[in-house]
Write a protein that binds this ligand. Structure first.
Ligand code: SF4
Length: 328
């Protein structure tokens, strides 16, 4: 497997009046070409911030304070996106690395037609020669994302489209330049349950057709089981476990991953009360020392309260950061 993105020791801080929020604290992982890599965890664990930091989309008061994001280009070069001049990064962002954001209503501009917005991505990156060509391509793209009657919908404004259709337009915009990496940040959260499965299937089939790599950001373990190849579990700004989808679902090792999976309702098993992880996510202005999960962990030991556990391999391709698996 060839790496396409290598995120190394990433740190992102937010400078607020209440103090410095250490939102991402030393996140490292590799995404390989052609795979669907899922980043999962509770709301506020840092998944979206990590995905946005990849192409420096962190807005003030946030700042990337440390780390590197190595992008492997098609012609075999390795470039650190965090050090690239803004103009060069802009040529990659939206063209080679594209995003599908959570809320299609917020992602689309209400003043422009869907066709204009799909065409604009191609005109800006000069993958079409003119606006006329862009609109022609936009009709084809809307058809490929299964929008009925694309010749008519290309002239529709966002308020004239349903939620599912708006998300299809957003996906079309993201795919218009045939990106090598597609970062989908909770792409189905704002949609009805009936539409969610259709959108996931669409992302999967487009990924195969364009031979793209997908990085999926989600808190929904059902979605992960459905389409991911490999999974990284995040807690309080850190990766606590990485493995392939079978290792994570069949043989989870980290107490937090086990808790997350137990909290997923199983329609085949009747239970009085759903399991939950006791306690709340820590305040990242003053995160707990040692293992950030220790105040909620049923297996906590003395070492967990003072020293951060290193990431260790428990089986080929399966890594976990927990003192239960490491000799101090
Ligand atoms: Fe629990 Fe300690 Fe493992 Fe953290 S390092 S998950 S506190 S056992």
């Amino acid at each position: 497997m060839k790496p396409i993105l290598e995120i190394k020791d990433l740190h992102v801080h937010f400078y607020t009046y209440a103090g410095v929020v250490k939102a991402i604290a030393g996140v490292s992982f590799t995404v390989y070409e052609g795979e669907t890599f899922a980043l999962v965890g509770e709301t506020g664990c840092g998944k979206s911030v990590t995905s946005r930091a990849i192409t420096r989309l962190i807005e003030s008061p946030g700042r990337i304070v440390k780390g590197s994001v190595i992008y492997h280009t098609k012609d075999g070069r390795k470039i650190d996106l965090l050090k690239l001049p803004e103009a060069e990064l802009r040529a990659i962002r939206g063209k080679e690395i594209a995003y599908i954001f959570q809320d299609p209503t917020a992602a689309l501009d209400p003043l422009y037609t869907s066709g204009y917005q799909v065409a604009e991505a191609m005109v800006v990156h000069r993958t079409v020669r003119s606006w006329k060509d862009g609109i022609k391509r936009a009709i084809e793209i809307l058809r490929s994302v299964l929008i009925p009657d694309p010749e008519k919908r290309v002239k529709a404004y966002p308020h004239e489209l349903s939620g599912g259709m708006k998300q299809r337009v957003v996906i079309g915009t993201s795919l218009s330049n045939r990106p090598r990496v597609l970062i989908a940040d909770e792409p189905t959260t704002a949609l009805d349950v009936t539409i969610q499965a259709q959108i996931l299937k669409l992302i999967e089939s487009l990924k195969r057709r364009h031979n793209a790599t997908v990085m999926l950001i989600t808190h929904n373990m059902g979605v992960v089981a459905e389409i991911a190849d490999r999974v990284a579990v995040m807690y309080a700004g850190k990766i606590v476990e990485i493995g392939n989808v079978f290792q994570i679902f069949k043989n989870p090792q980290h107490p937090y991953t086990k808790g997350l999976l137990k909290a997923v309702p199983n329609p085949l098993i009747k239970v009085e009360k759903l399991e939950s992880i006791p306690g709340t996510v820590p305040n990242l202005i003053n995160p707990p020392p040692g293992c950030r999960f220790h105040p909620r962990c049923p297996f906590v030991m003395d070492v967990c309260r003072v020293e951060e556990p290193p990431m260790v391999e428990v089986e080929p391709g399966h890594q976990v950061a927990c003192w239960l698996y490491t000799k101090r």
